[in-house]
Ligand binder design. Structure first.
Ligand SMILES: *Cc1c(COP(=O)(O)O)cnc(C)c1O
Length: 391
């Protein structure tokens, strides 16, 4: 019997080592990782520069309380400001904690505006993490099942429907913020129509509401830019959440904000024991340096295009395939029926994939995969879909 909580449906393989895009089980069998630990290990596993930075930092200083100055935090915040265009950062340990910080900022913004019942506009099928506030904001009833009472103060509209968001903002003057993913990840790799984020930006300006963008999965070169909202010039957020790939596996999250929004927090308003510790900051600085030097945004764009083209050429007309979509190396293949069994089919072929919302194959391979690894992922996915759903 396992002594772990039974919270995950695990595949029947025990992984003990990784190298680049490869994972190895206890027998030394290798698997091509087409999901990067759910969008975390964008540089691949055991990246030498990240490993070296972590080792060096572990021998200097891993942790000190946030009651002293931490230069590595300052450096990381400055770098994050640089790539996001925002001003200040709160460093946390996970995506959900970054979301909590953003929701607390929204409440501070509301109370500064004398709004009595602060409300945040969220979307169907959203995923923002697993804390109580995050599951309350998320749009999948399965996440909320059994955990009532939830956190109050959310209004929900369909994802990708700018008009529905504008109507909600007109109808509910107590909406003080809009929280949305630029491309939904867990929700099925859903890409909104062009103009969606700019329309939300404009509506937020009109209603003095904050635009909170959850780029925990879409950020850090995954979709071909530092951040996915940068595909459209006029969609700059007030608050931007990052995590997942930021430490390439070392836990770290960040809530970035415009200066006057960040300034709503004062000493004592918010905090964390581990958040922004020197080890995590050093890892994140190295990750950002590698992404920059190797131009992984451009590479993600190119490899993603190749992967999507190959998948489309073989599967676009397949009767079991509803749609192939995504940006950069964030790719979804929605089938017309449930396809959870494909995970094991892929594992048997030596590739690790993920299925989300029951019917969508999700691919988030490391951004460093080469063309032959890209083609191996494409060939495997094509093969297992054709085999399980003969046309
Ligand atoms: C993974 C994810 C989160 C939650 O991050 P954790 O680190 O698991 O708390 C939030 N939002 C999005 C879009 C995510 O993909």
């Amino acid at each position: 019997m396992s002594h772990l909580f039974d919270t995950y449906a695990r595949m029947p393989v025990d992984i003990v080592r990784g190298e680049g895009p490869w994972l190895f089980d206890t027998e030394g069998q290798g698997y091509l990782d087409a999901i990067s630990g759910i969008g975390v290990c964008s540089l691949g596993h055991a990246h030498p520069r990240v490993a070296e930075a972590i080792g060096d930092q572990a021998g200097r200083l891993i942790h000190t309380a946030n009651i002293v100055g931490i230069p590595l935090q300052e450096q990381l915040a400055a770098r994050l400001a640089d790539i996001s265009g925002l001003d200040r950062a709160f460093l946390a340990n996970s995506g959900a904690e970054a979301i909590e910080c953003a929701l607390k900022l929204a409440r501070l913004h509301a109370h500064a505006r004398q709004v009595k019942t602060p409300t945040v506009l969220v979307t169907d099928n959203a995923f923002h993490g697993r804390t109580l506030a995050a599951i309350s904001a998320s749009g999948n009833p399965a996440l909320q099942q059994g955990f009532a009472p939830l956190v109050d103060g959310f209004v929900r509209v369909p994802f990708g429907d700018a008009q529905a968001a504008l109507d909600a903002l007109d109808r509910h003057p107590e909406i003080v913020a809009v929280l949305v993913e630029p491309i939904q990840g867990e929700g099925g790799v859903r890409v909104p129509p062009d103009g969606y984020l700019p329309a939300l930006r404009k509506a937020c300006d009109r209603h003095d509401a904050l635009l909170l963008l959850d780029e925990i999965q879409t950020g850090l070169c995954r979709t071909g830019h530092w951040f996915a909202h940068q595909h459209e010039a006029t969609s700059r957020p007030d608050v931007l959440l990052s995590a997942k790939a930021l430490g390439n596996g070392v836990p770290i999250g960040a809530c970035l904000a415009r200066g006057n929004v960040a300034d709503l927090m004062r000493p004592g308003s918010h905090g964390t024991t581990f958040g922004g510790n020197p080890l995590a900051c050093r890892a994140a600085l190295e990750v950002l340096a590698v992404m920059d030097e190797e131009d992984l945004a451009a590479r993600s764009n190119q490899t993603g295009q190749r992967l999507r083209e190959r998948l489309s050429a073989a599967l676009a007309d397949h009767p079991a395939v509803h749609e192939i979509r995504g940006r950069g190396l964030m790719i979804g293949i929605e089938l017309t029926t449930d396809c959870g069994a494909l995970k094991l089919d892929a594992l048997k072929q030596g590739v690790i994939i993920n299925v989300t919302r029951g019917n969508t194959v999700r691919l988030l391979p490391p951004l460093i995969i080469d063309q032959s690894q890209c083609d191996q992922i494409a060939d495997t996915v094509i093969h297992i879909i054709q085999q399980r759903f003969p046309s």
